[in-house]
Design a protein around this ligand. Structure first.
Ligand SMILES: *[C@@H]1O[C@H](CO)[C@@H](O)[C@H](O)[C@H]1NC(C)=O
Ligand SMILES: *[C@@H]1O[C@H](CO)[C@@H](O)[C@H](O)[C@H]1NC(C)=O
Ligand SMILES: *[C@@H]1O[C@H](CO)[C@@H](O)[C@H](O)[C@H]1NC(C)=O
Ligand SMILES: *[C@@H]1O[C@H](CO)[C@@H](O)[C@H](O)[C@H]1NC(C)=O
Ligand SMILES: *[C@@H]1O[C@H](CO)[C@@H](O)[C@H](O)[C@H]1NC(C)=O
Ligand SMILES: *[C@@H]1O[C@H](CO)[C@@H](O)[C@H](O)[C@H]1NC(C)=O
Ligand SMILES: *[C@@H]1O[C@H](CO)[C@@H](O)[C@H](O)[C@H]1NC(C)=O
Ligand SMILES: *[C@@H]1O[C@H](CO)[C@@H](O)[C@H](O)[C@H]1NC(C)=O
Length: 608
């Protein structure tokens, strides 16, 4: 993000910092990790390359949610579908969702929400709102309540801003998340503040002071011995929008921490997480390694090979299920130099938001391109202020928790640092990988896909193609249903302009989930195009965001429009068809035949 901004010179930052970095601001103190002896019994690496297992914390979270929360969530959702549909659903839908086949036969739903800057964050928020059982309009439409049934929610880049801000703000409604609650104060979450540009919140003077402040806020992390890069500066900017502690009124107050100190691991302490009342959040980033231990496969036009590890960050662990690494480290001790000394406070949520959306390496195809970009002067300032020979300033640098792990296959096994970048840089812009992990047993996925692929900034399906290609590289770890192999097919068959189900007829031996695909491929019926804004747009007036979210509500609730004599209208059966898709894996596994409207629905919505 962030190309094509007005260029502010390096000189202005250095002048602003000429008195030396004081870095005694509250944010700098709260942002710096601390080093202490590790608590007795700490293990910093959990290997899963040979036996794929979840962390005990995640397993406990999921099982608590399944026992105490999901039975009621599924019953509520079912009631909403039934109330909105005149035709009755086959009895197996009720039976499965009401637990007649046991709670282990309830669907395990994951939702993945894509990258693509603010456009993708807003598109994702619009879809989640349409699935939210707390929104009466969504309940009335028959889609509300499904959000509450999800076990997992994954996000990357712009989608990571959505997923992480939602989790840490204690799972508010989507309008409260995006626009801020009516009673927002400086302590809780103040909304996304989209009206304020991420990197240029004012004129040149204001912007210079702002960026100078961001640089000061990372200084004590460097002093404590940790690498700092553009991802830290960027994360500190994102923190004002996607972490608690900032409102429009206190935006420029340099005496408050602006979300510094809020770590990913600390989200465990929000009351909704403690009550298992939100889907388990997962954020994704790519490895930028240029080392390799085998073949290299790259999706055409992408910066990062598909063969590079994909890292996930969750509240409990950071690491990768990719079999070339197959290891995790506790999130709360991320950044630790070794088994006896543990870092805490490295897992700043703002930093992880910055890692997941760090596209700056893409500017660095030539030194000139980087220098000419808006972040060129910030890079130059970092070079002068924090000399770190050999460090890539355009990537995020993390002390390697997996030093010496999986030596034969993990390309960074002998590296002191990991270089990480935006999770979509390998072409898999919708973060499906964590939901395909067999140990997670996700049987149904809602894939929300909103990258700018076409010249008009619509989606063309390439992200699902990248997932399909990557899964083929790791067949024993992941499985994914067949999708078209060309973006032309997605577009020509309108698969990006209507909900599409993939994998409807997979036998259980394939082990793949059923994927419910909702893409940003065009405006809904009869509406002007509002949701194909450029990824580079870093500022949105709230009324534009509201109009986009309202339009996405229609995208998520229209289904495949049906022709009537008066023209095309929303498919009145769509909510029922969605419910049919959601239970379809559970139906198959219980040995029941598809019947009634579910039979017709799947014929209509499945790609084969
Ligand atoms: C963020 O603020 C909300 C209130 O807006 C609060 O419920 C939540 O616990 C806070 N999150 C963190 C991580 O402190
Ligand atoms: C949660 O809060 C408790 C009490 O304030 C604190 O001791 C603990 O470290 C917190 N846990 C995390 C993961 O931040
Ligand atoms: C630009 O990329 C090269 C490698 O492609 C890397 O060595 C260099 O550190 C990068 N520049 C910055 C400022 O990070
Ligand atoms: C689809 O999008 C990808 C990624 O943005 C692009 O590289 C590709 O050329 C597009 N393909 C078609 C057929 O539009
Ligand atoms: C959005 O799509 C419309 C129709 O395809 C196109 O005319 C418009 O230029 C697009 N806007 C952007 C910002 O790409
Ligand atoms: C795709 O949608 C367009 C516009 O609604 C329609 O004219 C066309 O017939 C559709 N194509 C297919 C293959 O359904
Ligand atoms: C998106 O929209 C912007 C602004 O209208 C335009 O410059 C850009 O070329 C479009 N396409 C992509 C793929 O970003
Ligand atoms: C419900 O969603 C609609 C459609 O986006 C929105 O206009 C409305 O404000 C939402 N209501 C609540 C209470 O969240």
């Amino acid at each position: 993000m962030g190309h094509r901004l007005r260029v502010i010179t390096l000189l202005s930052y250095l002048l602003a910092l000429s008195s030396g970095i004081s870095a005694q601001v509250a944010a700098a103190i709260a942002y710096a990790p601390t080093l202490e002896p590790c608590p007795a019994g700490t293990t910093l690496v959990r290997e899963v390359a040979h036996t794929q297992t979840l962390s005990s914390h995640e397993a406990d979270y999921v099982s608590g949610r399944r026992s105490h929360v999901l039975p009621r969530s599924w019953a509520n959702y079912l009631r909403n579908v039934q109330a909105s549909t005149r035709t009755s659903l086959p009895s197996y839908v009720d039976a499965i969702l009401l637990g007649s086949y046991g709670k282990d036969a309830l669907p395990t739903l994951g939702i993945a929400t894509s990258g693509g800057g603010h456009r993708a964050a807003i598109f994702g928020a619009g879809v989640l709102n349409a699935l939210d059982g707390r929104n009466k309009t969504s309940v009335h439409a028959g889609t509300g309540g499904l959000l509450q049934t999800a076990t997992y929610l994954s996000g990357l880049s712009g989608g990571s801003w959505l997923v992480s801000s939602l989790a840490q703000a204690n799972f508010p409604t989507l309008p409260d998340l995006v626009f801020g609650p009516a009673n927002a104060d400086g302590n809780g979450f103040g909304g996304w503040l989209t009206q304020i540009d991420l990197l240029q919140p004012g004129d040149a003077t204001v912007t210079t002071a702002f960026v100078t402040e961001l640089i000061e806020e990372i200084a004590l992390k460097r002093t404590a011995g940790f690498p700092v890069t553009l991802a830290d500066v960027w994360g500190r900017a994102l923190s004002r929008h996607f972490v608690n502690g900032t409102t429009a009124a206190n935006f420029f107050d340099v005496t408050i921490p602006h979300g510094a100190g809020t770590t990913l691991s600390s989200v465990a302490n929000t009351s909704t997480f403690a009550a298992h009342a939100q889907p388990f959040p997962i954020l994704v980033a790519d490895s930028l390694t240029s080392r390799t231990t085998g073949q290299v496969v790259t999706e055409p036009g992408n910066a990062v090979p598909l063969t590079n590890p994909i890292y996930e960050f969750n509240i409990f662990e950071m690491g990768s299920f990719d079999p070339i690494l197959g290891a995790f480290t506790p999130t709360k001790f991320l950044g630790s130099p070794g088994d006896s000394v543990c870092a805490t406070g490295f897992d700043q949520l703002s930093f992880i938001e910055g890692v997941s959306s760090d596209l700056f390496n893409e500017f660095n195809t030539s030194a000139e391109a980087l220098a000419a970009s808006s972040v060129g002067p910030i890079i130059a300032a970092l070079e002068v202020l924090f000399p770190q020979p050999g460090i890539r300033l355009d990537a995020a640098e993390i002390p390697n928790p997996f030093f010496g792990v999986s030596k034969a296959t993990f390309p960074d096994s002998d590296q002191e640092l990991l270089a990480l970048v935006d999770g979509g840089e390998d072409g898999e812009v919708t973060p499906l990988q964590p939901l395909l992990v067999k140990a997670r047993d996700v049987d149904t996925i809602i894939a929300i896909d909103a990258p700018a692929d076409t010249p008009d900034n619509w989606t063309n399906g390439s992200s699902l193609i990248a997932t399909q290609n990557r899964v083929k590289l790791f067949p024993s770890t992941y499985s994914f249903p067949p999708v078209p192999s060309s973006a032309n097919t997605f577009v020509a068959r309108n698969l990006t302009r209507r909900p599409t189900f993939f994998g409807c007829d997979s036998p259980s031996s394939r082990g793949d989930p059923l994927v419910i695909y909702l893409a940003n491929g065009g405006p809904p019926l009869g509406e002007p195009p509002l949701t194909n804004t450029s990824t580079n747009q870093l500022q949105y007036p709230p009324d534009e965001v509201q109009a986009m979210m309202d339009e996405v509500f229609d995208v998520a609730t229209q289904g495949i429009p049906i022709r009537t004599h008066g023209g095309e209208v929303k498919d009145p059966l769509w909510p029922a068809c969605l419910a049919c898709a959601v239970v379809d894996r559970a139906r198959r596994d219980a040995g029941i035949s598809r019947s009634g409207i579910c039979k017709a629905c799947l014929e209509r919505y499945c790609w084969s």
